[in-house]
Design a protein around this ligand. Structure first.
Ligand SMILES: Nc1ncnc2c1ncn2[C@@H]1O[C@H](COP(=O)(O)OP(=O)(O)OP(=O)(O)O)[C@@H](O)[C@H]1O
Length: 250
């Protein structure tokens, strides 16, 4: 069963600087939601705050849906909510094989049947078993991102936090990884919260999105409305103009 995510009054401070101001966000179970905005607007900080990597100065994060739901800060929450980073070269350990990275993720969460799960997850992300004993430098950028997705997926999460998951990739590889993510979401009933500076990527993968600026919400709208250029805020129009190829003239 899918699980949703709710953020209320989220505030994140780094010393005297407030990176995120009282942000509210509700993502339905199984929904794919995007966060867009210029560099420094606080998008990555929101993802990091959700999974406990950035401190909450105020506000709350909770999972929503039927049944018993893991509490933020618990081991079950850290398993249910997985993050995939932009730069798979930076996020994969250079001296660890794909096999040992995946086995380590299972060991941390005391999940058994490593052999079966590792083979199954490599199949799921479209990498054959031949990739199992390779090191990151023996993989292409797209293959590395598939490994990063596999490492998140092997824990059978409910929510994926995707931080610019395809921006380090060539356009054709980017499309393959986006299609993979879309298929995995449909097959597994995953909920996505994706950060991207690329409006074409966000509108391809997400149903709704929030435009952020200087740590605040500018507006939240359906991806289809952004494509139809039905937006309310001037800032969103500026962002559309700045996103190469998204609108030719506005
Ligand atoms: N650990 C930190 N310590 C101090 N300031 C930070 C820290 N992390 C982020 N910031 C600041 O918080 C603000 C928001 O950063 P964040 O990375 O969330 O923006 P972003 O919208 O994801 O940008 P980009 O698209 O460039 O990744 C920036 O001004 C950044 O310098």
């Amino acid at each position: 069963m899918s699980i949703g995510l709710e953020i209320s009054g989220l505030q994140v401070r780094f010393g005297a600087f407030t990176a995120v101001h009282e942000l509210n966000l509700r993502i339905a179970p199984g929904e794919s939601f995007g966060l867009v905005g210029e560099s420094g607007s606080g998008k990555s900080t929101v993802l990091r705050a959700i999974c406990g990597l950035a401190p909450l100065a105020a506000g709350a994060v909770k999972l929503t849906g039927a049944g018993e739901l893991p509490e933020p800060g618990s081991k079950a929450f850290r398993r249910a909510v997985q993050m995939v980073f932009q730069d798979p070269y930076g996020s994969l350990h250079p001296r660890q094989t794909v096999d040992s990275m995946l086995a380590e993720a299972l060991a941390i969460h005391a999940i058994g049947e490593a052999e079966r799960r590792i083979e199954a997850v490599l199949d799921a992300v479209g990498l054959g078993h031949g990739f199992r004993f390779r090191y990151p430098h023996q993989l292409s950028g797209g293959q590395r991102q598939r490994v990063a997705i596999a490492r998140a997926l092997i824990l059978e999460p409910k929510v994926l936090l995707l931080d610019e998951p395809t921006s380090a990739l060539d356009a054709s590889v980017q499309a393959e990884v986006l299609n993979l993510l879309e298929r995995l979401r449909a097959e597994r009933g995953l909920t996505f919260l994706m950060v991207s500076h690329d409006l074409a990527v966000v509108t391809h993968l997400c149903e709704r999105l929030m435009v952020m600026r200087l740590g605040r919400e500018v507006e939240t709208l359906a991806a289809a409305d952004l494509v139809r250029q039905q937006v309310s805020a001037d800032y969103t129009r500026d962002l559309m103009r700045a996103s190469a190829g998204f609108v030719r003239s506005a």
